[in-house]
Design a protein around this ligand. Structure first.
Ligand code: ADP
Length: 348
C-alpha cells in the first residue's frame, strides 16, 4: 500500500533516489505466507524475504498456515535470526493450508481487517496460481501490495521457466528411476513409474529423458493405453529385456495401475508399478532450488519496496523477470516440444 507522506509526497517521482527508496522501506510492513502444496525450497524463500526486508529497513511478519492462518490471525513479527538454520530444510516452517472460506469476499474483508490491525500493508505469497488469485483479490479489493513467488514441484506456473521445488522433485524421482532400472535389468522386467505433476507433465518428461525411459506419458499428449501397451510389448519382442515407463499422474485415466492391467491383459510380461507420490514433495532442497528461492525471495521484497504490486517474480532466458499476476493464470505453460521429440527418438 503506497502511503502518502507530507514531506515526501511522491516517493517514486522525479528526483527520487536512494532517500526516497529508504523512505518506502521504512513505511513497509510485509506479511509473508506459504500457501497451497508445500515444495522444497520454500524455507529458503522465506529466509530471503525476511532477511531482505530487515536489511532494507522494513518490518516483516510471518503468517502461519496460509490464508487459513491469516483468517485466524495466526501471525508473528520476525527478526533476522528467526530464519536461521532453515535453508536446508524441506517443507515450510510457516506451514501451509488450503482455505475454501478465503475464496469468499466476506472472508477476505476479515483478512484485510486483521492485516490492518497488525499494520501489515504488503504480502509476499509463496505458492501456486491458486494462492496468487487470492493475493490478487487482496490487492484489487483491499489495496494491499502483493507479490507472488512461484513454488510448486509441478512447475505448472506460466510466466517463469521454473518454480521452486521442481528441481528437487525431479532429482528425487530420477534417483528412484535409476534404482528401479537396476532391478528391471536384473529381472528382465517392465517398471511403470508414476510421478507427480497434477495436470502437467514437466516432471515426467524431464525425468523420463534423464532416466532413459522407453516411454513417457504426459497429460499434454493424449495416450491410448492399449497402443502404449502394444508398443511396449513390441519393444520387448525387438530385444529390449527391461523397460522403464514414466507416467505422469493425470496422463491416463486410472494412472499407471490402469496401464499395468492393460499390459497384463495383452501380454504375459511381468510388470511392476511404483507410484512415487509424496516422496517427491519432501526432502532437502537442491542447490538450484535454494539459489532460485533465495533470488526470488530477495526480488519479491525489492519489488514491493520499489512500489510494485500485483506481480509474480520468476526466471526465464532473460534472467529474473516479473509478470502481472493475471498473466499467470491466463497463460498456458507450454511443454518442451523439443524434449518430447527427442525422447521419442532416443527410446528406439
Ligand atoms: P496453489 O497455490 O498451489 O495453486 P490452491 O489452488 O489450493 O493451491 O490455492 C491455495 C489457496 O489459495 C486456496 O485454498 C484458497 O484459499 C486460495 N485461492 C485459490 N483460488 C482462489 C480464488 N479464485 N480466489 C481467492 N482465493 C483463492
Amino acid at each position: 500500500m503506497r502511503v502518502a507522506h507530507p514531506t515526501h509526497p511522491d516517493p517514486g517521482g522525479a528526483g527520487a533516489g536512494a532517500e526516497a527508496w529508504l523512505y518506502c522501506a521504512a513505511m513497509k510492513h510485509i506479511g509473508v505466507l506459504t500457501s497451497g502444496g508445500d515444495a522444497p525450497g520454500m524455507n529458503a524463500a522465506i529466509r530471503a524475504v525476511v532477511r531482505t526486508a530487515i536489511a532494507r529497513g522494513a518490518r516483516v511478519s510471518a503468517i502461519y498456515r496460509g490464508y487459513q492462518g491469516l483468517l485466524e490471525d495466526d501471525a508473528r513479527e520476525l527478526g533476522a535470526r528467526s530464519v536461521a538454520n532453515i535453508i536446508q530444510r524441506g517443507g515450510t516452517i510457516l506451514r501451509t493450508a488450503r482455505s475454501k472460506r478465503f475464496e469468499t469476499p466476506e472472508a477476505r474483508a476479515e483478512a484485510a481487517e486483521i492485516l490492518r490491525r497488525r499494520g501489515i500493508d504488503a504480502l509476499v505469497v509463496i505458492g501456486g496460481d491458486g494462492s496468487f488469485r487470492g493475493a490478487h483479490r487482496m490487492h484489487e479489493e483491499h489495496g494491499f501490495d502483493v507479490i507472488g513467488v512461484p513454488a510448486t514441484i509441478d512447475n505448472d506456473i506460466a510466466g517463469t521457466d521454473v518454480s521452486i521445488g521442481f528441481n528437487t522433485a525431479m532429482n528425487v524421482a530420477l534417483e528412484a528411476v535409476d534404482r528401479l532400472r537396476d532391478t528391471a535389468a536384473s529381472h528382465d522386467r517392465l517398471f511403470l513409474v508414476e510421478v507427480m505433476g497434477r495436470n502437467a507433465g514437466h516432471i515426467a518428461l524431464n525425468v523420463g529423458v534423464a532416466g532413459g525411459a522407453e516411454a513417457i506419458l504426459i497429460p499434454e499428449r493424449e495416450s491410448d493405453v492399449a497402443d502404449v501397451a502394444d508398443a511396449l510389448v513390441a519393444a520387448q519382442e525387438r530385444g529390449k529385456t527391461s523397460s522403464i515407463v514414466v507416467v505422469a499422474e493425470g496422463a491416463v485415466p486410472g494412472g499407471a495401475l490402469a496401464l499395468q492391467r492393460t499390459i497384463n491383459e495383452r501380454s504375459g510380461y511381468e510388470v511392476r508399478t511404483v507410484i512415487l507420490g509424496h516422496t517427491q514433495r519432501g526432502g532437502t532442497p537442491s542447490t538450484r532450488d535454494r539459489v532460485l528461492a533465495s533470488r526470488l525471495g530477495f526480488m519479491a521484497v525489492d519489488a514491493l519496496l520499489a512500489g510494485r504490486t500485483g506481480e509474480m517474480v520468476g526466471v526465464d532466458k532473460r534472467g529474473t523477470v516479473s509478470v502481472p499476476l493475471e498473466q499467470v493464470w491466463n497463460t498456458e505453460k507450454p511443454i518442451d516440444e523439443q524434449l518430447l521429440e527427442l525422447a521419442a527418438v532416443l527410446a528406439i
